[in-house]
Write a protein that binds this ligand. Structure first.
Ligand code: GLA
Length: 684
């Protein structure tokens, strides 16, 4: 078994903040945890002030007692380094610990995450605390996992203080090999007389009268991700040195913009995620699936951990809907269906004071009489029944290219349209694939493409010639590539490629873009497919382009507006494969264009013919056992065809067909002879 930690089976539990409670309550906590099947708790996330009440005094007694209690009850501990909430004494002794906004406003003590990533005082104190914890608990039998900090980049992802400015200059000196002339060239400082005579003249992109230099902004984003990563790595280095062999993670925040998670994931022993799909959003489960596929991909396909989710409502949206009965269970199973080996929560016991007292918890304010508690018990029991799936994996049938640098560059200011945002471009593509029952992996531009028959690039605004070459080689060898609009625009310095878009992708796509043609808000342009089963009319929103074909064939034309008659969607045969290009943003209609590419790549749903709203994935264990998840996100009961297997949740044989209630789920252990089509069996 490929266990994430030393804990066998699936992980179940959550953030436990015992420092907010009198110790008498702890005994009840562990008793109820045992009842619920909790086997992993995250402890100490915001306990810095309790652990270190003063610069030179420590209070570990309570944590000693707590860990002993956990161990005595067979509950393993994900021990946090507690560094996300610097205490008042540290901030008052070193006010430079507090971060500054782009407007120069100092963010005050009184919330959390109030630290400047470049503050030496903060870093020294964080490393000292981490070392103290590691030295004290490295051999503790309850310790299963180190939880570094909490949600890096949450609340404060950047700081504009003088110390950060100095750190930025140091980072720039390294990036540009000490040459300010090179920086001037790369930043295009000839525009608006922005030339620097030396690095000492450079500041972070603080609030200025008008648009900031875009390359400065792009470098700033790179720097901010690196600055936080350096902090993480400083804590991690302590843990590696003092407590080797205990896995280390920090909790990610799904598809978060501020951190380049490809780079970050290289430094995680296991990828963990905090996911808070909104019960008010009818598409929440699709967005959640996207985040879960990303987490699996960041870990190279290995099982990952849902570190936090809400048992019911959160407390930080303007209106916080609870999860209707059954939703919590279904969404928990969905994380497992997409490769998680555990389901943890924020938080174990509902708080009575503080900023999160209205946040749901595994043990609600009403205690064991609450509906929520019954849900906690039920899910715990079900996860125990599913224990054998731990370590099994699932594999994407197609790859989606994701590049944080391109995302950052795409969303810089002063572009032809401010509507071109990465999440909005990606989501319709992902939804179309999800709706068709196709599981995807995310891949960085440098990733391995050869294991996929189909690569999707909803947007590649920033593309380097090396990436274009790799994509061309992939297509030449028989792959299908589908590329979305506004791609191939700039290089890594955010300079427009010579000859205009799609830059280095031009020979592969067989076309050139004469001019972007954004579509005004609230209007749409009709796009007509040349050949298609079913309706041929699609609607483009936000974006279209004037394309000139150079070998590509048009698969669809604009049928209204100023571009009427011009090509909108193209295909270019290149070697043994094809490169498809969408010159417009097709929103919810994009699936109609993806269909022929899926067909050309031979990518078919693992389980064809499922009713709408039913999500299906299959995890495969190292011994070849398949686990089929069928989750009904719809509001109607549906009848499903026979499956040669047993439902691990109920023990029912599924060979005669079965019914899935709304929000119902089945996790079938497939009979040995059953084969589902997969593209990548050798990777199991
Ligand atoms: C984040 C944090 C937690 C808690 C939850 C509430 O995920 O990591 O500490 O604040 O949000 O939803």
């Amino acid at each position: 078994m490929d266990s994430l930690t030393r804990v066998p089976g699936l992980l179940y539990g959550g953030d436990w903040n015992p420092e907010q409670w009198p110790e008498e309550v702890w005994a009840e906590d562990v008793k109820l945890m045992t009842e619920a099947g909790v086997n992993l708790v995250t402890v100490g996330v915001f306990a810095w002030a309790r652990l270190q009440p003063d610069a030179d005094s420590w209070d570990f007694g309570w944590l000693d007692r707590l860990l002993a209690l956990c161990h005595a009850h067979g509950i393993a501990v994900d021990l946090a380094t507690a560094t996300a909430s610097p205490p008042a004494w540290l901030v008052r002794a070193h006010p430079q610990v507090l971060p500054r906004t782009a407007d120069g406003v100092r963010l005050e003590f009184g919330s959390r995450q109030h630290y400047c990533p470049s503050s030496p005082a903060y870093r020294a104190a964080a490393v000292r605390l981490t070392r103290a914890l590691a030295e004290r608990y490295r051999d503790h039998p309850a310790l299963a996992l180190w939880h570094v900090h909490n949600e890096y980049g949450d609340h404060v992802a950047e700081c504009f203080c003088a110390r950060s400015a100095a750190d930025f200059r140091r980072w720039l000196r390294e990036r540009y090999d000490g040459s300010v002339a090179e920086l001037n060239r790369c930043w295009g400082t000839a525009c608006w007389s922005q030339q620097y005579r030396g690095f000492e003249e450079i500041e972070p992109p603080r609030t200025a009268p008008g648009p900031a230099n875009p390359t400065q902004l792009l470098d700033w984003r790179r720097f901010c991700s690196d600055a936080l990563l350096a902090l993480y790595r400083a804590e991690r280095a302590v843990l590696d040195g003092v407590s080797p062999g205990v896995p280390v993670t920090t909790n990610f925040m799904s598809m978060a913009k501020s951190l380049d998670y490809w780079e970050w994931s290289r430094h995680q022993d296991l990828v963990s995620d905090d996911a808070y799909p909104d019960p008010a959003d009818p598409h929440a489960h699709v967005h959640a699936a996207l985040g879960y596929d990303l987490m699996r991909s960041l870990g190279g396909g290995r099982p990952w951990l849902l570190m936090e989710q809400a048992p019911s409502a959160v407390s930080w949206r303007p209106v916080n809907l609870p999860k209707r009965p059954g939703l919590y269970r279904l969404w928990s199973l969905q994380a497992l269906a997409r490769g998680a080996d555990g389901v943890l929560h924020f938080q174990w016991r509902a708080a009575v004071a503080g900023a999160e007292k209205f946040h749901s918890a595994m043990l609600p304010h009403r205690g064991t009489a609450a509906r929520g508690w019954r849900q906690t018990l039920r899910l715990g029991a079900e996860l125990r029944r599913l224990g054998e799936i731990a370590g099994s994996r699932l594999h994407g049938q197609a790859a989606v290219l994701l590049d944080w640098e391109s995302w950052w560059a795409l969303e810089l200011d002063d572009h032809p349209s401010a509507r071109m945002r990465w999440p909005e471009l990606l989501r319709p593509w992902y939804s179309a694939l999800h709706e068709r029952g196709i599981t995807v992996d995310f891949v960085p531009p440098t990733g391995d493409l050869d294991r996929y028959p189909l690569v999707l690039a909803p947007n590649l605004y920033l593309v380097e010639p090396a990436t274009a070459d790799r994509l061309a080689a992939f297509v030449r060898a028989g792959g299908q590539l589908v590329c979305g609009p506004f791609s191939g625009i700039v290089d890594r310095h955010d300079h427009i490629h010579p000859g205009g878009p799609p830059g280095p992708l031009r020979p592969l796509l067989g076309l050139v873009v004469d001019e972007p043609w954004p579509i005004p808000d609230g209007t749409a342009t009709v796009v007509r497919l040349r050949e298609a089963p079913g309706p041929q009319e699609l609607r483009a929103v936000s974006w279209s382009e004037w394309l000139e074909l150079e070998g590509a064939e048009a698969l669809a034309h604009y049928d209204s507006g100023e571009l009427a008659g011009r090509p909108a969607v193209t295909r270019h045969r290149h070697g043994a494969g094809s490169a498809w290009y969408l010159g417009c943003h097709l929103g919810a209609d994009v699936g109609r264009v993806l269909d022929p590419a899926l067909a050309a790549a031979g990518v078919v749903p693992q389980l064809p013919g499922l009713p709408a709203g039913v999500e299906a994935t299959c995890r495969l264990a190292a011994d070849g056992t398949g686990y089929l998840f069928l989750l009904n996100h719809g509001s109607a009961e549906c009848r499903l065809p026979p499956v040669a297997g047993t439902d691990l949740l109920t023990g029912a044989e599924l060979g005669a067909g079965f019914t899935l209630a709304p929000l119902g789920a089945v996790v079938a252990r497939l009979s040995p002879a059953t084969t589902l089509p997969t593209t990548d069996e050798e990777h199991v």
